[in-house]
Design a protein around this ligand. Sequence first.
Ligand SMILES: Cc1cc2nc3c(=O)[nH]c(=O)nc-3n(C[C@H](O)[C@H](O)[C@H](O)COP(=O)(O)O)c2cc1C
Length: 182
Amino acid sequence: MSIFEVIEKRKSIRSYLDEAIDSDDLKKIVETGKKAPQAGEFQITVIENKELITKINDLALEGMKNSGNDFLMERANIPGYQPLYGTPVLVILSAPEEGYGQINTALAAENIILSATELGYGTVYLITPTLAFLGDEKKELLKELNIPEGYVPINGIAIGKQGADDIPTPPAEEIDNINYIK
Ligand SMILES: Cc1cc2nc3c(=O)[nH]c(=O)nc-3n(C[C@H](O)[C@H](O)[C@H](O)COP(=O)(O)O)c2cc1C
């Protein structure tokens, strides 16, 4: 696919098959996170451990329910809602709190998402995994994931083969938000 076709094809996928990703593919995909524009340090944590993914899922769900944010609480209360959608791989991007961590990790995430799309995998960019790190388990979880000292989780990406029960994103209103100054 050309880069334009990959960008057209990418959509958030919210249902995954319970199937591991080929390890060469996974390596190829996450390595592209290091090739994005960057201005500072960040960490790419690739989680394939099912128990750990379930733990983060459940803590994130709890975090959503207690967030005080209407949108998140509403989603979390949909019967059967799982914030990580049964993904076989969760990538968590973390960075120092100060600096350009939000931007660095978002750019790295987009590279990862587009290269996964190119290789035929579904992805979704996720903020919800960060809610798993708000409660008492925070310290232990950061340690379990080997996240560098002083770094905070900023975003996550689910990667896997698309499952049957996808929850499509409602079509966005076409917004004219490009202007040319000549
Ligand atoms: C900052 C940010 C946070 C997001 N967090 C979540 C999330 O936690 N869960 C989720 O299902 N989708 C999440 N998304 C995905 C958006 O819902 C999705 O990209 C948007 O609706 C457009 O749909 P599309 O990706 O299918 O084009 C997030 C997107 C962004 C940019």
